[in-house]
Design a protein around this ligand. Structure first.
Ligand code: NAD
Length: 483
C-alpha cells in the first residue's frame, strides 16, 4: 500500500516541497513508518512568507469580530471532526487515545475559541496627564510571524500560538514538529475545507535546523513564538535576536513536586501519579522531582510505588492503557540512558524503567514502564537535567528551607507543585519558589487567561490571555497636548 504524503499548506494550496524530498513519519506504538512529510527548505519558507505577506493587509483590515468568526469556524470544524483528530494525534504521538480525547483536541478547539473571544475584548491603554494632555496607545499587528512547536502536545501547542497570532491580525508561517506533523496536516485540510482566507495561515513541514531556522532568519518574519527545548531556544535566540525580532521562548523544565505531611493525602497521591506520568511524563509541566516531608516519606514511598506499578503500559488504543508509547526510538533510548545514568549515580530504581514488548500490533513499539528512583544526590545529572519521560526521583526532606533549596536548585524554573494545608506556609513558599507557574494542592488546572511561561532557563516571555495578544501586537504611544 502506498503511504500518504503530507503536504505543505501555502497560500491556501497544498504544495510538494520544492526540493522533492520527504522524511519518514513513524507511529510510535508500532515502530512503523506510516506517512511521509515534506523535507522543506528555505525556498518553501520563502513561498510561505510571500503568501503571508500578500494576505497581511486584508487580514489585519478585518474587524476583530470578523477574524473571530473565522477562528470560530475552525474551532467548530475541528470539533466536528473530533474522532478523526483524536485518532490521528494518538497514532502520531503514541499517547493513549483517551488522553488525546480528554485533553489534546478539546484544548486545541478551546485555544481557537478562547482567542476569538479575547480579541473582541482587547483594548489598549490611555494615560491622562492632568493639565497637560493625554497619551493613548495603538496596538497594531506585527505583520508576518513565525510559530514553531514541539511534539509532546502537537495540535494543543501549535494552536496555542497560532490562535493569538491570528486573532491579533497577523498572518502566520507555522512549523509543527517533524516528529508529529499529522494533526497540523489535518488543520491545513480543515482550513481549506472551511474556506479560511488563503495565505493567512501557512504551514510548512520539515526539520528544525533547516525549515525552522529558515523561518527564524527570514527578515520579513517579525516575531518568533517558540516552544521546545532549552538548547533549541538558545539557538533560535542567537539567530533572531540580532535581527531584533520579538521572541517568546517556552522551554524545558525540571519541576519539583513538594509534599508536606499535612497534605490531603489521597488527593495528593492520585494527582501526583498523574503529574508524574501523564502523557508518558512528556509534558513540560510534569513534576519530575518529588520531595516528601520525612514523617510521610515511608508511607508515600510504599503507596506511590504500588500505584505506579499498577499503571498499564501498552497499546494506546486500549481503553485500559495509562502509559502509551514514547514518541520516538531516539527519545526512548535517551530515557533508557538516563535510567542507566541514575543507577551509575547511585540511584535505586524502585519500580519500572524497563523497555517492554507490548503485545499484538505493538510488538515493535517504543514502550518504557514508569520509573521511580530513590537515593540520588540533588546535584547529580539525573536531578538536574530534563529527561522528559516517565521517570521521577523521590527524596525526603526535613525543613522548609531545605526543600526550597532543592526546588530552586536547578537551572530551570517552569512550574512547581506544592501540597500543604497550611495557608501561611503555602503563601510564604509561593513567593520564594523560582518558577513561572505554581500549583498548590492541584496540578495542571488551566485558566487560559493566566500568564503562562517560565523563568531562568525555562523561557523568556509569557503566553496566555492578554499577554499573548500583547506579544503579537506592537504598541505605539500617541501624546496629544492641550491648552
Ligand atoms: P525541540 O527544541 O527539539 O523542537 C521544537 C521545535 O523546534 C520543533 O518543531 C523543531 O523542528 C524546531 N527546531 C529545532 N531546531 C530548530 C532551529 N535551529 N531553528 C528553528 N526551529 C528549530 O523540542 P522537542 O524535542 O520537540 O520538545 C521537547 C521540549 O519541549 C522539552 O524540552 C520540553 O520541556 C519543551 N516544552 C516546553 C513547553 C513549555 O511550555 N515551556 C511545552 C512543551 C514542551
Amino acid at each position: 500500500m502506498k503511504l500518504e504524503n503530507i503536504k505543505n499548506y501555502i497560500g491556501g494550496k497544498f504544495r510538494e516541497p520544492t526540493g522533492g524530498q520527504y522524511l519518514e513519519n513513524y507511529e510510535p506504538a508500532t515502530g512503523k513508518v506510516y506517512s511521509y512529510i515534506p523535507d522543506s527548505d528555505e525556498r518553501d519558507v520563502e513561498a510561505a512568507v510571500g503568501a503571508a505577506t500578500a494576505a497581511r493587509s486584508d487580514w489585519a483590515g478585518l474587524k476583530p469580530e470578523e477574524r473571530a468568526k473565522w477562528m470560530m469556524k475552525l474551532a467548530d470544524a475541528i470539533e466536528n471532526d473530533m474522532d478523526l483528530y483524536v485518532a490521528a494525534e494518538s497514532k502520531d504521538t503514541g499517547k493513549p487515545v483517551s488522553l488525546a480525547r480528554a485533553m489534546d483536541i478539546p484544548r486545541a478547539v478551546s485555544n481557537f475559541r478562547f482567542f476569538a473571544h479575547t480579541i473582541t475584548q482587547f483594548s489598549s491603554e490611555s494615560h491622562f496627564m492632568q493639565g497637560v494632555g493625554i497619551n493613548y496607545t495603538l496596538r497594531s499587528p506585527l505583520g508576518v510571524v513565525g510559530c514553531i512547536s514541539p511534539w509532546n502536545l502537537p495540535l494543543y501547542l501549535f494552536s496555542w500560538k497560532i490562535a493569538p497570532a491570528l486573532a491579533a491580525g497577523n498572518t502566520v508561517v507555522a512549523k509543527p514538529s517533524e516528529v508529529t506533523p499529522y494533526t497540523a496536516w489535518l488543520l491545513s485540510k480543515t482550513c481549506a475545507e472551511t474556506g479560511f482566507p488563503p495565505g493567512v495561515l501557512n504551514i510548512v513541514h520539515g526539520l528544525g535546523h533547516k525549515t525552522g531556522e529558515a523561518i527564524c532568519s527570514h527578515p520579513e518574519v517579525k516575531a518568533i513564538s517558540f516552544t521546545g527545548g532549552t538548547s533549541t531556544g538558545k539557538r533560535i535566540a542567537s539567530v533572531a535576536a540580532p535581527m531584533f525580532k520579538k521572541l517568546s521562548l517556552e522551554l524545558g523544565g525540571k519541576n519539583p513536586n513538594i509534599i508536606f505531611a499535612d497534605c490531603d493525602y489521597e488527593e495528593m497521591l492520585s494527582v501526583s501519579v498523574r503529574s508524574s506520568f501523564a502523557n508518558q511524563g512528556q509534558i513540560c509541566l510534569c513534576g519530575s522531582r518529588i520531595y516528601v516531608e520525612r514523617p510521610l516519606y515511608e508511607k508515600f514511598r510504599k503507596d506511590f510505588i504500588s500505584r505506579v506499578s499498577g499503571l498499564v503500559t501498552g497499546d494506546p488504543h486500549d481503553g485500559e492503557t495509562n502509559i502509551g508509547a514514547l514518541v520516538s526510538e531516539q527519545h526512548m533510548n535517551k530515557i533508557l540512558s538516563y535510567i542507566d545514568l541514575a543507577r551509575q549515580e547511585g540511584g535505586i530504581v524502585l519500580t519500572g524503567g524497563e523497555k517492554i514488548i507490548a503485545g499484538g500490533r505493538c510488538s515493535q513499539g517504543w514502550f518504557v514502564t514508569p520509573a521511580v528512583i530513590e537515593g540520588l544526590d540533588q546535584s547529580c545529572r539525573t536531578n538536574q537535567e530534563e529527561i522528559f519521560g516517565p521517570v521521577v526521583t523521590i527524596a525526603p526532606f526535613d525543613t522548609e528551607e531545605e526543600v526550597l533549596a532543592y526546588a530552586n536548585g536547578t537551572g530551570y524554573g517552569l512550574s512547581a507543585t506544592l501540597w500543604t494545608q497550611d495557608l501561611n506556609r503555602a503563601h510564604r513558599m509561593a513567593e520564594k519558589i523560582e518558577s513561572g507557574i505554581l500549583w498548590i494542592n492541584c496540578w495542571l488546572i488551566r485558566d487560559l487567561r493566566t500568564p503562562f511561561g517560565g523563568v531562568k532557563h525555562s523561557g523568556v516571555g509569557r503566553e496566555g490571555g492578554l499577554e499573548a495578544l500583547r506579544f503579537f501586537t506592537e504598541p505605539k504611544n500617541i501624546c496629544i497636548k492641550y491648552h
